[in-house]
Design a protein around this ligand. Structure first.
Ligand code: NAP
Length: 233
């Protein structure tokens, strides 16, 4: 059987780290993307299986080109790309939010996945069953953030939610454009990580469930999914 090869960005901690752990447990070769070499090495040291560190800052063309060269030289193709790296940014009141507040967050959450996808697409195209997984958020969903029964409807901010809404549309467009590539946006659910000062209500293991499912399952209905099933855009 051919070894499945995956790459997860922002994987030295949080949901990305847990995703790498679970995919490696399946016997996959997993590239653990980390922008900081020391944090990356420490993460790999805590994992078992075929986990390989790749230096990767998703805001840098040079860093992404270096990561592509490494994966291409050692693996020759990529089966699953998980664009997980993300930051929260400011959650100031809407009235207090300024254009400058968006720049860093959009750089990581929106332009990062596009930079990664466009760079790695040729390697994904060498796979017999390529997958593109975008780690989005329920905070980027109009349906979820306007549903009074959902916790996400009580969290307010312009920057992070709009970055994930943009990522959702980008994912939807990739899903239509990239013939032969299985494309999913994933809502991990509100998960206790550094991103939210560990206020999330799910464990990291629960948060990674939907990401792992999007990487492995062939029967997911819909493009935007959480750990239970399809969710509204
Ligand atoms: P986290 O624990 O803060 O991890 C974020 C990861 O992204 C870290 O490894 C971080 O690296 C990395 N990162 C940040 N900027 C980067 C860059 N420029 N290049 C490469 N890597 C970068 O957060 P998390 O909760 O696991 O978040 C993972 C994903 O899930 C994000 O896309 C987030 O939006 C999404 N999500 C999270 C929740 C939640 O409740 N936690 C809910 C919905 C969606 P450093 O350690 O070097 O900073």
């Amino acid at each position: 059987m051919t070894q499945t090869i995956a790459l997860v960005t922002g994987a030295n901690k949080g949901i990305g780290f847990e995703t790498v752990r679970r995919l490696a447990e399946l016997g996959w070769t997993v590239w653990l993307g980390a922008r900081d070499a020391e944090r990356g090495k420490a993460a790999v040291a805590r994992l078992e299986g075929d986990v390989r560190l790749v230096s990767l800052d998703v805001t840098s063309d040079e860093s992404v080109a270096g990561a592509l060269a490494t994966v291409q030289a050692e693996s020759g193709r990529l089966d699953v790309l998980v664009n997980n790296a993300g930051i929260g940014g400011t959650w100031a009141d809407a009235a207090e939010t300024r254009p400058a507040d968006f720049i860093g967050v959009y750089g990581v959450n929106v332009l990062g996945p596009v930079r990664m996808t466009s760079a790695f697409l040729p390697l994904l195209r060498r796979s017999a069953a390529p997958r593109l997984v975008m780690v989005s958020s329920g905070m980027g969903s109009f349906g979820i953030t306007t549903d009074p029964d959902r916790l996400e409807s009580t969290l307010h901010g312009l920057v992070y939610p709009s970055s994930k809404a943009a990522l959702n549309m980008i994912t939807s467009q990739y899903a239509k454009a990239l013939t032969g590539v299985r494309v999913h946006a994933v809502d991990p659910g509100y998960t206790a990580t550094d991103l939210n000062g560990h206020r999330g209500v799910q464990t990291v293991e629960e948060g990674a469930d939907a990401v792992v499912q999007a990487c492995t399952r062939d029967d997911l209905a819909g493009v935007f999914v959480d750990r239970v099933g399809s969710v509204p855009w």
